[in-house]
Each structure stands twice: as C-alpha cells, then as structure tokens.
Design a protein around this ligand. Structure first.
Ligand code: SAH
Ligand code: SF4
Length: 363
C-alpha cells in the first residue's frame, strides 16, 4: 500500500525521506508542492530529481478525501461534503466575512460526546478522521476557492468547529495543525487557527504543550447541574477543573483570552440569572463570549431563545465588561449552520452519491 503523504507533517515527511536515503530539504520541497501548490502528481514536481519522483510514484500517494458535493448559500457560505468511506460523509464550511475567509473543518465522523442540543452528537460516533482527511479538507477547499486578486489565499482562518470533538482525536489533529502552521505548507499564524472543544481537560493540557492555537470552549451552562445535562462530558471534567484548564492554557495561548461559546436555548440556559452566574464562574479567566443562537433540527426538543432574550443576555455580560458577540447564523439555507452539520448527512450523502457526484457551486 503506498504511503499517503497527506498523512505526514514536516517531521513525518523528513523521516520518510530519510528511510529512502533522501535529505530533509527534499522533504520540505515536496511538502511545498503538496500543500502550498496543491500538487498531487509527483511527475509535475519539476524541481524534484527525476529518480526521486520515480521512487515516490511507486511508494507514495497523495489522496485527499473525495469531494461529493459543493453548495453555495445565498449569503456566500459554501458547504463542501466529503465522502470518507463506509457511507460516512463529513462537512466543511467556508464562511466569507469582510476581508477574512474562514474554513470550518470537521475532525471526526460523528461524535461520541452526545451533547443534548447537537445533531452531530445525535448521529453517534463513527470514527476519527485521519490526518489526510482533516488537512485534506483545507487542501480541497483551497483548490476550490483559490486566491484573491492580491495573490493571497482566500482562506485566511481555520476553525475546528465542524463535526466531531477535535480533542478526542488529538494525535491526528495536532499533526494537521502543524501542517496548517508550517510555512512550507499553509503558513497560518496560531492566532488564525481556533480549536473548539467541549472541555476534555487532559487533552487541553496536551494541546497547550504540543501546539497551542487559539482556544474556544463550549460552555453552554453556568453550573454543573445544567452542564451535566447539556454537555455530558462535564460529568467527567466538571466546571472547576475546566476553568483551571482554561487558565493553564492561557499561559501558552496565542491570544490572551479564551472564547466561551454559549448556545442560547429558550427557557433552559438563557435567564438573566444564568448570565450573572456565568460572570461569577468565569471571573478568573480572561475571556470573551460568543452567543450562538440554537440551530434547530428535527426532534431536538429545544427551541432557540427569542432575539430579545439573546440581546438582554448579551447586555448583562457586556455590562460587566466582558466582550460578547452574538453569532450570525450563516448558511442555514444549505444546512451549514452550527450543529446542523450532521442532521441529514447520512441520508443526503446517499442521495448525493447516487444522483449527483459533484454539484458545482452556483455562481
Ligand atoms: N465538538 C466541539 C466542536 C464542534 S461543535 C465542541 O463541541 O466545541 C462547534 C460549536 O457548535 C460548539 O460550540 C457546539 O456546542 C455548537 N453547536 C452544536 N450544536 C448546535 C446547534 N444545534 N445550534 C447551535 N450551536 C450548536
Ligand atoms: Fe460533539 Fe461538539 Fe456536538 Fe458535543 S457539540 S456532540 S462535543 S460535536
């Protein structure tokens, strides 16, 4: 079986090249071809010695996940669906925002953590994505989106907020992150890459040591009693441990705050008292809040808080001096909004695979 080079970061590629008797600079040359230029054909890597290209053609391959659909929303959000085998699909969402272009990447097919309000969670866990499948989403999306008129890549930021819990797949995620940050690959700064976690405390410490990118934590409740119900991993890592892990993370983080995500659920976690309790909970953690209007899906059992309630909740946080933003729901006409990324994946995948192998984005 040829080795898929998209599974390797610079260190892995250097090791592989050493096993072929090749120098590290050759590995870096190939890394640039693979990721900076998106080249998959060894024959076209023109400055690589012919003898090495011939060796690679036999021993190695470049296999990104297969793109099965590509849809454009009315608001410019674009959703890519990738086939990852065994009738599993994962989604990647591109969100344009002023001079920023953010790609939201998936890290697992499904998710085992089963948060009460998340349709990915409801789908259950299938498997961890490989490095090639994680970085391959960026590889494919860069190919589809290309460069702006100034020659800059359209994708300027990456968020690991798609399907799955990134820290439950930390080994592959860290390798993929290293590629995102590598100047010979995507060259993104650590501030432009954000990982969102539901709070797997030991893995937060490992990330801090291995590759501290910007951190978002899915909080969703101001106390253990409610969080145990909404985010079941809280039963294992309760809030006092989570807050301590956030403080430890900040000693290495590229930004001097943690972003707390808070999904607004009507009548569940959106009372004035919840906002005040949140302020007490987070008072020792430099942070910002990102309120996410709940995106409904069939049989979720939750409703989104009324806009007036979201405004009031934000006001209380802002009034206490905490920067608080409310996420605009984007791409919901193509089911690309947060937490909608799995609802109909299985079904739609089958349909898509049967009917339309690749749907080109409408212009
Ligand atoms: N597993 C990670 C990252 C993926 S989820 C995590 O939980 O942080 C990305 C964000 O979307 C999380 O904050 C998650 O709680 C939120 N989310 C999940 N389902 C949602 C829904 N139905 N509506 C709005 N946000 C949702
Ligand atoms: Fe998994 Fe995140 Fe969904 Fe929770 S919110 S089930 S951790 S993807």
């Amino acid at each position: 079986m040829p080795l898929n080079l998209l599974d390797l970061d610079a260190a892995g590629l250097i090791d592989f090249f050493a096993s072929l008797g090749e120098k590290p600079f050759r590995a870096r040359q190939v890394l640039r071809w693979l990721h900076r230029f998106g080249e998959h054909d060894f024959a076209r890597m023109s400055d690589v010695a012919k003898s090495l290209r011939d060796k690679l053609a036999v021993l190695a391959s470049v296999v990104p996940p297969a793109l099965v659909s590509d849809r454009l929303s009315d608001d410019g959000t674009r959703k890519f669906l990738f086939d990852v085998g065994n009738s599993n699909a994962v989604e990647t969402v591109y969100i344009p925002e002023g001079d920023r272009g953010t790609l939201c990447i998936s890290t697992q097919a499904g998710c085992a953590l089963n948060c009460a309000f998340c349709s990915t969670g409801k789908q259950g866990f299938n498997r961890n994505l490989t490095v090639a499948e994680i970085i391959g989403q960026l590889w494919q999306a860069n190919k589809a989106l290309g460069f702006d008129p100034k020659g800059e890549r359209i994708i300027s930021n990456v968020v690991l907020m798609g399907m799955g819990e990134p820290l439950a797949n930390i080994d592959n995620v860290v390798t993929a992150l290293r590629l995102m940050l590598d100047d010979n690959a995507y060259g993104l700064s650590r501030r432009r890459v954000t990982l969102s976690t539901s709070g797997i405390v030991p893995a937060m410490d490992r990330l801090r040591e291995a590759c501290p990118v910007a951190l978002a934590v899915s909080l969703h409740a101001p106390n253990d009693q409610l969080r145990d119900r909404l985010v079941p991993i809280n039963r294992k890592y309760p809030l006092v441990e989570l807050m301590a892990a956030c403080r430890r993370y900040l000693t290495a983080a590229p930004r001097d705050f943690v972003t707390f995500e808070y999904v607004m659920l009507d009548g569940v976690n959106d009372h004035d008292g919840d906002a005040r309790e949140l302020l007490r909970l987070t008072r020792d953690v430099p942070c910002k809040f990102n309120l996410i209007p709940f995106n409904p899906f069939p049989n979720s059992g939750f409703k989104c808080s009324k806009p007036e309630r979201v405004r009031r909740f934000a006001e209380i946080l802002i009034g206490a001096g905490v920067v608080t933003t409310t996420r605009k729901t984007r791409g919901d006409d193509i089911d690309a909004a947060c937490g909608q990324l799995a609802g109909q994946v299985q079904d739609r995948t089958r349909r898509t695979l049967r009917a339309i192998p690749v749907v080109a984005a409408a212009g």
